[in-house]
Ligand binder design. Structure first.
Ligand code: SAM
Length: 244
């Protein structure tokens, strides 16, 4: 009974996150471009550059919180004919948009799976790499998601996470804060008719652990050679770790 409150709080958080993405699924890709001024494309390109999916051998990739498939399509385009990507997301509205975008383009090389990052419905040691882009801060129990990432990776497999971070460049931090609190909810209101959802997203960015703290969590989950790499003055960061 002691855990009752915590469980309710976690369910509430996940329920709220689900509501946000159901309501924005159709406009999600447009919103990404508008809100980041197209920068999310460069950040994802950097993620793929670090991943370097091989051209000449089989590569099983898992993209968690993969939403409308943006990262998955990039992995498929960078990889070879034996690259296969599983897109996993908790939200069927997001996956449906992804499946529509993928239709007729990648055949059997892409699969869409509904599931929770905290309880992946996937076998142990089955993927060469795991990515999660702008997803982990929405997951109620980050440690649980990290343990699951480690479980489904093969030995030698790589974990990569692209997430919002903390701007640590003078002046840019002030501009970024003003932009987050005033501009983002307004774009949310105009384009998706939903300022509150975007206020929630801005809030979740502020609450996310610092780069160092998050790197520590990845290490405690058992990953090795953990690195953190801020991009665009720290607006986002890519964390990397290896399962040995
Ligand atoms: N990775 C995509 C991208 O970079 O464009 C989508 C990112 S979107 C900001 C966050 C996604 O996380 C949503 O599609 C949402 O449904 C998903 N999500 C939230 N909580 C989740 C969970 N517990 N397990 C799996 N996916 C989750």
């Amino acid at each position: 009974a002691d855990f009752g409150f915590e469980t309710v709080a976690l369910n509430e958080k996940q329920g709220r996150v689900d509501g946000v993405f159901h309501s924005v699924a159709r406009r999600y890709d447009l919103m990404n471009d508008l809100m980041s001024g197209g920068l999310h494309r460069a950040w994802k390109a950097q993620l793929i550059a670090m991943l370097r999916p091989p051209k000449g051998r089989p590569f099983a990739h898992l993209d968690v919180a993969g939403g409308t498939g943006d990262v998955a399509f990039r992995v498929l385009e960078a990889g070879g004919p034996a690259t296969q990507v599983t897109v996993l997301d908790i939200n069927e509205s997001m996956l449906r948009v992804g499946a529509e975008r993928a239709a007729g383009r990648y055949g059997e090389r892409i699969a869409f799976v509904t599931g929770n990052a905290e309880t992946l419905p996937l076998p142990d040691a089955s993927f060469d790499a795991y990515t999660i882009a702008f997803g982990i801060r929405n997951v109620p129990r980050i440690e649980v998601a990290l343990a699951e990432a480690k479980r489904v990776l093969k030995p030698g497999g790589r974990f990569l996470c692209l997430e919002f971070s903390a701007v640590d460049v003078p002046l840019l931090d002030k501009i970024y804060e003003a932009y987050s609190f005033h501009v983002i909810p307004r774009i949310g209101e105009r384009v998706a008719g939903d300022a509150d959802s975007y206020r929630y997203l801005v809030e979740s960015i502020r609450k996310f652990p610092t780069r160092g703290a998050f790197a520590g969590m990845i290490e405690r989950a058992g990953f090795r050679h953990v690195t953190e790499r801020p991009l665009s003055g720290g607006i986002v960061a890519i964390h990397s770790g290896w399962k040995v």
